[in-house]
Design a binder for this molecule. Structure first.
Ligand SMILES: O=C(CO)[C@@H](O)[C@@H](O)COP(=O)(O)O
Length: 239
């Protein structure tokens, strides 16, 4: 499909794109703030639903950072807009080198509104070993509903990474996947939820690593994991 330009869309979509550029630019600043990336590594995207009445679909757009641009320069105006085939719709510069992976997730997981990729140290160390982070903390039960799974090794440049993310997360409650030898990708209802999942994935990867240095961490009974997950996902937070 040949990518349209933003001129092909109505004012409501163009306004939604402008708002999403502001959101995605601000959330990129959270990655270095939480120590999840160095230099230009990592990326954040958010879906733009072009027909809210119909809901999320294959004709949606995504907003993501331009490739290789340092975080200090990631302004709202610098964000690029792509269709879900990865075609550039609006913006200067080349879209993130992970755009194909983000786009694949949006095409195959309509409930996903945000995708994040980092190379955060502890989560990436677990990815280097191809080992899932076991669910031995109540914080893991809360946020991930179980272990953080490992996805397959996949080269960048086509749908391989995106396919590995989807195949791994379709059957999991986890919003995070450790792509083997690469690093974490996270999903959420929006980009902010995906950034939170990236922050929490790094936190629990670090804690479980430290626990492992002291001995074998103790598993949590599945019934307790389920109970904790249901509470946190449906009750926790401001009333
Ligand atoms: O991990 C990869 C590619 O998969 C890095 O290059 C990525 O973190 C940053 O690339 P971009 O600057 O988004 O193109």
């Amino acid at each position: 499909m040949t990518a349209q330009t933003l001129d092909a869309y109505g004012s409501e979509v163009r306004d939604a794109v402008a708002r999403t550029r502001d959101v995605v630019a601000a959330l990129h600043a959270e990655l270095p703030r939480w120590g999840l990336v160095v230099w230009t590594a990592g990326n954040v995207s958010q879906r733009v639903v072009v027909d809210p009445a119909a809901g999320p679909g294959p004709d949606d757009l995504l907003v993501i950072k331009p490739s290789g641009v340092t975080y200090d320069d990631l302004t709202a105006a610098a964000m690029v807009v792509c269709d879900l085939d990865g075609g550039l719709v609006d913006g200067e510069g080349s879209p993130s080198s992970d755009t194909a992976a983000h786009a694949y997730v949006y095409r195959h997981m309509p409930r996903v509104g945000g995708v994040v990729h980092t190379h955060s140290t502890y989560a990436t160390a677990w990815a280097a070993r191809g080992e899932e982070v076991p669910c031995v903390l109540t914080m893991m039960a809360d946020e991930f509903g179980g272990p953080i799974p490992v996805g397959p090794f996949a080269l960048i440049g086509d749908d391989s990474i995106g396919r590995g993310i989807v195949e791994t997360l379709q059957g999991s409650r986890s919003p995070a996947v450790l792509m083997r030898n690469h690093g974490p990708f996270t999903i959420g209802k929006d980009a902010r939820a995906a950034v939170k999942a990236a922050v929490m994935a790094e936190e629990v990867a670090r804690t479980v690593h430290v626990a492992r240095q002291l001995g074998e961490p103790l598993a949590i009974a599945q019934s307790d994991v389920d109970s904790l997950y249901e509470r946190y996902q449906n009750v926790y937070g401001q009333a």
